[in-house]
Design a protein around this ligand. Structure first.
Ligand SMILES: NC(=O)c1ccc[n+]([C@@H]2O[C@H](COP(=O)([O-])OP(=O)(O)OC[C@H]3O[C@@H](n4cnc5c(N)ncnc54)[C@H](OP(=O)(O)O)[C@@H]3O)[C@@H](O)[C@H]2O)c1
Length: 323
């Protein structure tokens, strides 16, 4: 099969087309013939040598895709050859075929094409598990998500709004802020000229913050939280180390937590898929939430897709056309 490999750690140019054997599904796995694959920031980190795949995963990049089940391994129930699915992958999505755990597949939502479905899994698994399961966001709460125009942000904003939260977000330009408001943000903060701490405190503080920026945002996030507020950290785009007075965590009863999806067990990912199927897939099928697609590139131009993502000019998801 045709695939894209990381020839050596480096910039987008190290992504090169290659030939690989079609993988064989093991016990509990399915083989997916890929139509489209989603591109995510963690793929760029892996390409740069900063995010090693788990030892059992394909070394090829690609954490999500949509396509048709081409074969099922032993012990798989619920899926059959020919089913159209989108799937969270342990790796290997930049290819014509990939294997994944059967329980990490979800049906292509009714009324949706393969392109749109391909970019659902990674951000939806991440947002569902961190905002709703770990962060416990409830209707009526004030929710702040940083990086509102990112793949994660454009997933979190409409989902949180659809489930009744008041959504605040930050983004780096007025154009991005406009897009975030269209998606359901009550207030989109251009962080280049506005202070999110001041704005959230004037509203009574955020009940939940989803952060990918880290660095200097860590103490500012704690200030922006309401008493009993929760901070969920999913990345550290600007750094992991900071000096911080922990007393406020005690006196204001704050919770600081976080998680990363890829190293979690198959069982944990299957439980997230179940939550999505029950609570989010009906919203997608009803058109109440939808993915935002920034751009599409052929598989052969994966390097250009990464360059676009690293330019940070994109709004929403970038996808690769494969099949
Ligand atoms: N923990 C997990 O399980 C998990 C899973 C998936 C993704 N993630 C993480 O979540 C983050 C978002 O992923 P994504 O795929 O949605 O990414 P993405 O679409 O590339 O978005 C990243 C956005 O963050 C903003 N940003 C803020 N500070 C930045 C900085 N210093 N450098 C670069 N961008 C910066 C940029 O928009 P502005 O113009 O507004 O600055 C950029 O568009 C990534 O850090 C990724 O690693 C974590």
């Amino acid at each position: 099969m045709k695939a894209v490999e990381i020839t050596t750690p480096g910039g987008p140019e190290v992504l090169q087309i290659c030939e690989r054997p079609v993988p064989v599904p093991g016990e509990g796995q399915v083989l997916l013939k890929i139509a489209y694959a989603g591109v995510n920031r963690p793929d760029a980190l892996q390409r740069a040598g900063l995010y090693a795949p788990p030892p059992t995963a394909s070394p090829l990049p690609g954490l999500e895709a949509a396509g048709t089940i081409a074969a099922v391994g032993t012990g798989v129930s619920g899926w059959a050859e020919g089913d159209e699915v989108c799937a969270l992958l342990p790796g290997g999505g930049y290819a014509e075929y990939a294997v994944t755990h059967a329980a990490h597949c979800l049906p292509v939502p009714r009324g949706m094409g393969m392109k749109e479905a391909s970019c659902l899994p990674e951000t939806h698994f991440t947002v569902w598990s961190n905002v709703f399961q770990r962060g416990g966001l409830r209707a009526g709460e004030r929710f702040l998500v940083h990086g509102g125009s990112s793949g994660i942000g454009t997933t979190a904003i409409p989902l949180a709004a659809a489930l009744g939260a008041r959504v605040f977000t930050t983004a780096g330009s007025d154009e991005k802020c406009d897009a975030c408001r269209t998606l359901g943000a009550e207030r989109a903060i251009n962080y280049r000229r506005e202070d999110f701490v001041e704005i959230l405190r004037a509203e009574g503080g955020a009940d939940l913050i989803l952060d990918m920026v880290g660095g200097s945002y860590i103490p500012r996030n704690l200030k922006a939280l309401a008493d009993d507020g929760r901070l969920v950290q999913i990345a550290f785009l600007t750094g992991t180390t900071v000096e911080l007075n922990f007393a406020q965590i005690m006196t204001r009863r704050l919770t600081v937590t976080g998680s990363t999806l890829r190293p979690q067990s198959d069982t944990a990912k299957a439980a997230i898929a179940e939550g999505l199927r029950k609570h989010v897939w009906p919203l997608l099928a009803a058109g109440r939430v939808a993915p935002v697609i920034d751009s599409e590139f052929p598989l052969e131009e994966a390097a250009a897709a990464h360059a676009r993502m690293e330019s940070s000019r994109h709004i929403g998801k970038i996808v690769l056309q494969v099949g």
